[in-house]
Design a protein around this ligand. Structure first.
Ligand code: HEM
Length: 416
């Protein structure tokens, strides 16, 4: 204890001296680095857990403006947001800003997974992934995804009917776990050709344990490590994100009758043109319309940003949600209004970035869009649902998790 106190007393003045000197000499952004090592990490983690992370960041943004310094997870950090910030993060060349993962993520996903690769290596592995995640490849699999969704819902429906006392209504105790196994099944079947059965069940157990603590032919060979690490990445990236998106959409539809009615009408038009049991196609989807909070980068050299400098070696924390909630860009940002996306050209560049932008933009974007649309189409045209939990609370762990996993009661519609 005494040794720790002595180290602290020795290190703290040097730390203050260094940061103050840099601050005046190089124009560090406003803000405080707080107590060495701990900084604002505990306060931020607490805000994440208690569903107040957005307010926590917005408070900082109001106090310090679009750029500020703080200390997160033991590293001096620059928190930036807004259109110019997103442009800087997503369009800077890899000599100025590099991707940065926490040590835990690198340990889980492996050091050859895409977020850890740069330059030529990043392009090579990303091209291999995109060869089957691009729209032309996905088009062929819309029917297969549709089949997987129907099978999944039917499977859980039959199981529940045997245990429920209600004959008509069926209870899905929690949407989120159900959606997580759904997105897992879709990825297994579509991306890795792993069909239902014991092997897939074992894989799900392994993946869930891992979260707790593919390839097409290519001219340049992909190493075994790159294959394994990126299979893990795709499983993790595609499993949680889309499941959360579908879960929150179901909650929004249940809470907003006007939006529900508009989506229902649109989806029923599509369903009308189909025979009973006929699967959706790419052409059907063409007629229709943030699980990820933000991320970290690292400054590889001093970067001038407005009146300030982002010093070499510092962590950059970009947060998409602060820009998405900016009412100078999106009027009434808290209102769920999908119609604002009807005219994509009206949204200024780098302002709507739930999938990132630039060379690291999410390669699973189209895949996520398709599975979400197909799942919502099937759910809204075949079932009615009612929320069984009245509060709108959700926390992050680290991805969003609605109250009690969003319990709902689902009633099958009479399909003529
Ligand atoms: C609603 C669903 C999803 C959202 C909101 C989302 C969002 C994101 C974001 C914000 C990034 C980081 C971009 C950056 O660091 O600049 C990312 C990266 C990534 N996503 Fe997604 N994602 C989703 C679904 C998926 C799916 C379904 C897959 C795979 C099938 C996937 C695979 C990846 C991969 C491999 C990366 C790393 C890209 C790279 O470093 O080049 N994502 N995603």
């Amino acid at each position: 204890m005494i040794a720790l106190l002595i180290i602290f007393l020795l290190v703290f003045p040097i730390f203050l001296l260094l940061t103050r000197r840099r601050s005046s000499a190089k124009g560090l952004p406003p803000g405080s680095l707080g107590i060495p090592i701990i900084g604002q990490s505990l306060a931020f983690l607490h805000a994440i857990r208690s569903n107040t992370a957005e307010q926590w960041l917005e408070l900082r943004a109001r106090k310090y403006g679009p750029i500020s310094k703080l200390n997160l997870f033991g590293k001096p950090t620059i928190f930036i947001h807004g259109q110019a910030a997103n442009k800087l993060v997503f369009s800077s060349d890899s000599n100025s800003i590099s991707n940065q993962q926490t040590q835990a993520i690198t340990l889980i996903l492996g050091d050859r997974s895409l977020p850890n690769l740069t330059g030529q290596d990043h392009r090579r592995v990303r091209d291999a992934l995109l060869s089957f995640l691009k729209p032309e490849s996905l088009k062929k699999y819309v029917g297969k995804i549709d089949g997987e969704i129907r099978q999944h819902i039917e499977f859980h429906r039959q199981g529940k009917e045997q245990v429920t006392v209600m004959l008509v209504a069926l209870c899905f105790p929690k949407v989120l776990p159900l959606m997580k196994t759904l997105t897992f099944n879709i990825i297994c079947s579509f991306l890795f050709g792993l069909e239902r059965g014991k092997q897939r069940d074992q894989f799900l157990g392994g993946l869930q344990d891992m979260i707790k603590g593919a390839w097409a032919e290519n001219e340049v060979l992909i190493s075994d490590d790159e294959i394994v690490h990126n299979v893990m990445l795709v499983m993790v990236a595609g499993h949680d994100t889309s499941a959360i998106l579908i879960t929150f959409l179901m909650r929004l539809f249940a809470n907003d009758p006007a939006v529900y009615a508009a989506v229902l009408q649109e989806q029923e038009e599509i369903a009308k043109g189909k025979q009973r049991g006929e699967f959706l196609t790419w052409e059907d989807l063409a007629k229709m319309f943030p699980p990820i909070f933000g991320g970290f980068r690292k400054a590889l050299k001093d970067i001038e940003y407005g009146r300030y400098v982002i010093p070499e070696g510092w962590q950059i924390f970009w947060v998409a949600s602060v820009t998405h909630m900016d009412d100078t860009i999106f009027p009434e940002p808290s209102k769920f209004d999908p119609s604002i996306f009807e005219n994509q050209a009206s949204i200024p560049p780098y302002c709507y970035v739930p999938f990132g932008a630039g060379p690291r933009i999410c390669p699973g974007y189209e895949f996520a869009r398709i599975e979400t649309l197909v799942a919502i189409h099937y759910l809204i045209t075949h079932f009615k649902w009612k929320l069984l939990c009245s509060d709108n609370f959700f926390s992050r762990n680290p991805t969003s998790f609605p109250s009690k996993g969003l319990p709902v009661q689902i009633t099958p519609k009479k399909i003529l």
